[in-house]
Design a binder for this molecule. Structure first.
Ligand SMILES: [Fe+2]
Length: 137
């Protein structure tokens, strides 16, 4: 069973929500990989998506923070950097482990993204969203 997007996860800023929903879709996709027949290529696709997604989505949030001098920019960016390192580390291990059970990586990545969803998106990003809204975004 997949996760369902709820308004509770909404930051109130449309572009932020749209981008977060994309990530949400990948979490559900990973669940499918864990439960069903999964191929190496499927996970490689998701990791490739994450590379592009992370750099563009974080850049969007960070430039909005800097432009409006968001007071929590520093700690917010530090969380982005940590998440980037965690994903890069998993990707690195994945690339060197071809032939191993893909479900192990899929469930590790799914956990990482789910923790991110509840630990960052539902907290820091919502706070940032309120700030952006208060400043006319
Ligand atoms: Fe963020």
């Amino acid at each position: 069973m997949g996760l369902t997007w709820t308004e509770w996860l909404s930051t109130g800023v449309e572009w932020q929500d749209e981008q977060h929903k994309e990530l949400f879709g990948k979490i559900n996709r990973l669940m499918g990989l864990i439960e069903g027949k999964s191929e190496w290529k499927d996970l490689a696709d998701i990791l490739r998506f994450l590379d592009i997604y992370i750099s563009s989505h974080f850049r969007n949030e960070e430039s909005a923070m800097y432009k409006l001098r968001y007071p929590e920019s520093f700690s917010h960016k530090a969380q982005h950097e940590l998440f980037k390192r965690l994903v890069a580390n998993l990707k690195d291990r994945f690339e060197r482990a071809e032939g191993r059970d893909i479900r192990i990586f899929a469930s590790e990545l799914q956990k990482l993204l789910t923790d991110w969803l509840y630990g960052h998106i539902a907290q820091e990003d919502k706070r940032l969203g309120s700030f952006l809204q208060a400043h006319g975004h």
